[in-house]
Write a protein that binds this ligand. Structure first.
Ligand SMILES: C[S@@+](CC[C@H](N)C(=O)[O-])C[C@H]1O[C@@H](n2cnc3c(N)ncnc32)[C@H](O)[C@@H]1O
Length: 455
C-alpha cells in the first residue's frame, strides 16, 4: 500500500471532519515502518509508582560482615521494578555487568503479570511479557556503565521478541550476538519430533566494546634459534588473493634456490617488501629447492593476545581431546539443581543456572573491581558465581541481587544459599564445605513509601 496514495484518498474523503482527517493523516505518517509493535498493558506495580516512591530498607539482622576490606554484596527482596527504580539514584552508569534470567513466558505459570499467571492461550501473552520486560530493561540500560554488558537468558518462547525489544532499547549496533547453550542431552518432544535442546543468551552492550576473550597460550611458539625478538612459530607464507605484483619467484640468498607460490596462490608482499622481510631474517627457506618458504610470526608482534569467545556453550563433559580453548564449557541445566541441593539439602528451586555458566560469562565481561547486577536472581546463582570467581582470581567484584519473595524464596533460598556459601555448610555427604569468608552481605527490602514519608 502506497502512503502518498492513501493520504490523497483521505484528503478527498467526504463525511469526516478536518480534525478527524488530520488525525488519520498523522497516524499514517507516524506509523512504525519496522520493529516490534505490542499493546502496552498497564502494570499495577507501575501505577503504584505514580504517587509513591520506592526505598530500600535494610534488614540488619541478616547482615554478614566478615571483613571491611572484602567486597560488599547486596540482596534486595521485592518487586524488581521498585528496586531498579531506587537504584537509579545510587547506581546510574555504575553497573558493569548485568545477567538476568527472566521468566521465559512458557505458559506454565512461571510468568505472573499483575499477580496472575499468564497462560499459553492468553491472547495478550506476548504483549504482557514485552510490557513487563520493556520497563525493566529501560532502567537496566540507565544503570549500565558506558562499557557495561548485559546477558539475558531466554528460550524459544520469547527469544525473537526479546531480540527486537533489545535492538530497540540498546540499539542493534550494540548487539554482540547470541550464545547457544546446549542444556540437555535427551529429546523431549515426540509430538512434533523436534527437540529443543538449547537456550539462548543474548548479549548487548551500552556501547559495543570487546569481551575479554580467552587469553592465548602461545604454547606452540618456541625460540630454537634464540632470536632476540623472542618466541615464534613458522607460518604459511602464501596468500589466497593477489595484491599488485605478488606472483614471482622468491630467491633464497643463501642457496640461490627459487620458489614460486604454491599453485593458485600468491606471495603476500611485493618483491621489495619480501626483500625487506628476508633482510630482517623473517623468511625461513627450505634446505632444498623442494617445499615452500615459511614466515616467522613472533608472539610479541601478535595483533591480539586473546582469542574471541565462541557463541557455542557446550557440555563440561566434553573430553579434553575434543575441547577447543575458546569455548565455554558449562554443565547441563540439571547440574544447577544438583549444586543447589548440595548447599540447601532439598530441591527447593526449579531450574537454577549452573555457577560454571555464570562464572564464565562474568569472566568474559568483568574485571577485578566490577559491579554485577541480577534483577531476576531466583536462587542467587549470580552472587554465588561472583564469589567463586573472586576466589579463583583474587578479584573484588561486588554483586547486587534483586528477587521477589514468592513462596519465601528470597529469604529461604537466595539468602540462605549465599549465607551458606559465605559461612560454610555441611553437604549431602555430611562433609563440611569451607565458606568463602572474604565476603560481606547485606539484605534489604524494596518498599514503597508515600512521597512525604521519604523526606
Ligand atoms: C527464572 S528465575 C531465575 C533463576 C536464577 N537465574 C537462578 O539461577 O536461580 C526468575 C526469578 O525471578 C523472580 N521474579 C519474577 N518476576 C519478578 C519481579 N517482577 N520482581 C522480582 N523478582 C521477580 C521469580 O520469582 C524467579 O525467582
Amino acid at each position: 500500500m502506497n502512503k502518498t496514495d492513501l493520504i490523497q484518498k483521505l484528503e478527498q474523503l467526504k463525511g469526516i471532519s478536518d480534525e478527524e482527517r488530520m488525525f488519520l493523516i498523522d497516524l499514517i505518517n507516524t506509523r512504525k515502518k519496522y520493529g516490534l509493535v505490542w499493546e502496552d498493558k498497564t502494570e499495577n506495580v507501575e501505577e503504584e509508582l505514580r504517587d509513591k516512591i520506592p526505598v530500600l530498607k535494610e534488614v540488619e539482622e541478616k547482615a554478614i560482615i566478615n571483613d571491611t576490606n572484602s567486597p560488599n554484596h547486596t540482596i534486595i527482596e521485592g518487586e524488581n521494578l521498585y528496586a531498579l527504580t531506587s537504584l537509579i539514584s545510587t547506581h546510574q552508569n555504575l553497573i558493569d555487568v548485568i545477567y538476568i534470567d527472566p521468566p521465559y513466558n512458557t505458559g506454565s505459570k512461571e510468568f505472573k503479570y499483575n499477580d496472575r499467571s499468564v497462560d499459553k492461550d492468553d491472547s495478550y501473552r506476548h504483549s504482557k511479557w514485552l510490557s513487563f520486560m520493556h520497563k525493566r530493561l529501560q532502567i537496566a540500560k540507565r544503570l549500565l556503565s558506558d562499557k557495561g554488558v548485559i546477558f539475558i537468558s531466554i528460550d524459544d518462547n520469547e527469544r525473537a521478541q526479546l531480540r527486537l525489544l533489545c535492538d530497540e532499547i540498546f540499539g542493534e549496533e550494540n548487539c554482540y550476538g547470541e550464545m547457544a547453550w546446549l542444556t540437555r542431552t535427551g529429546s523431549m518432544d515426540n509430538v512434533t519430533n523436534f527437540s529443543k535442546d538449547h537456550e539462548s543468551i543474548l548479549i548487548y552492550g551500552k556501547t559495543l566494546g570487546r569481551l575479554n576473550g580467552i587469553q592465548r597460550t602461545f604454547s606452540r611458539y618456541k625460540n630454537p634459534d634464540n632470536d632476540p625478538r623472542g618466541a615464534w612459530i613458522a607460518d604459511n607464507l602464501s596468500a589466497s588473493k593477489p595484491g599488485g605484483n605478488t606472483l614471482y619467484a622468491v630467491v633464497d640468498p643463501g642457496t640461490g634456490n627459487e620458489f614460486w607460490p604454491p599453485k593458485g596462490r600468491y606471495w603476500p608482499y611485493n618483491p621489495e617488501t619480501m626483500m625487506k622481510k628476508i633482510d630482517e631474517r623473517r623468511i625461513l627457506f627450505p634446505k632444498t629447492a623442494e617445499g615452500s618458504p615459511l614466515i616467522k610470526r613472533f608472539k610479541s608482534e601478535a595483533k591480539f593476545q586473546t582469542l574471541p569467545i565462541s557463541s557455542w556453550i557446550i557440555s563440561e563433559t566434553t573430553p579434553e581431546s575434543k575441547r577447543k580453548n575458546n569455548t565455554i564449557y558449562a554443565t547441563y541445566n540439571t547440574s544447577g539443581t544438583k549444586e543447589l541441593q548440595e548447599i540447601l539439602g532439598d530441591k527447593v528451586f526449579e531450574h537454577p543456572k549452573p555457577t560454571a555458566l555464570i562464572m564464565q560469562l562474568l569472566e568474559q565481561s568483568s574485571d577485578a573491581n566490577s559491579t554485577i547486577l541480577d534483577f531476576f536472581a531466583g536462587s542467587g546463582t549470580t552472587l554465588h558465581a561472583t564469589m567463586k570467581l573472586n576466589n579463583k582470581d583474587g578479584g573484588n567484584r561486588k554483586c547486587i541481587l534483586i528477587t521477589n519473595n514468592e513462596n519465601g524464596i528470597c529469604e529461604n533460598v537466595t539468602y540462605k544459599r549465599n549465607k551458606n556459601v559465605i559461612c560454610g555448610y555441611t553437604n549431602n555427604k555430611g562433609e563440611f564445605v569451607n565458606g568463602l569468608i572474604a565476603n560481606n552481605l547485606k539484605y534489604y527490602k524494596a518498599i514503597l513509601v508515600h512521597q512525604e514519608c521519604s523526606r
